[in-house]
Design a protein. Structure first.
Length: 128
């Protein structure tokens, strides 16, 4: 019985360790957040990193070229209500929330909608 319990606990530890090490793309772990400064292609949390700096270390856009920026894509939302959300970008997917607690995922390069979630909040009874 003791050997069986020891074997089960060892197997559980191996599975947990393997699962953590092989986290699929799109997962934000404590290690990824701690290393946010070494991962400039992603905006892993609302404040970008544990320090909530809201600062990008990217340097490719500066005073000499900012005037050459242009709109690459846009996504129409299904509401006229004001929007206040900081998108999170993880492994090429931009996640954002919209009015009435809807969440959507967009391809960060093309703007293509990948999926959306609508919790069916009744906007008719909400103040506003």
């Amino acid at each position: 019985m003791r050997n069986a319990l020891r074997w089960i606990l060892t197997l559980a530890a191996v599975v947990c360790t393997t699962s953590i090490a092989a986290a699929p793309p799109g997962w934000v772990t404590a290690d990824r957040l701690a290393a946010a400064d070494r991962d400039p292609d992603n905006w892993l949390s609302v404040g970008r990193d544990y320090g909530e700096t809201r600062f990008s270390p990217l340097t490719s856009i500066d005073a000499t070229n900012v005037s050459r920026l242009h709109l690459t894509w846009f996504h129409d939302l299904d509401t006229r209500r004001g929007q206040e959300a900081t998108p999170v970008v993880v492994d090429g997917v931009m996640y954002t929330s919209t009015a009435w607690s809807r969440v959507l995922a967009l391809n960060a390069v093309t703007g293509e909608a990948l999926w959306q979630f609508d919790p069916k909040v009744n906007g008719q009874v909400a103040p506003g």
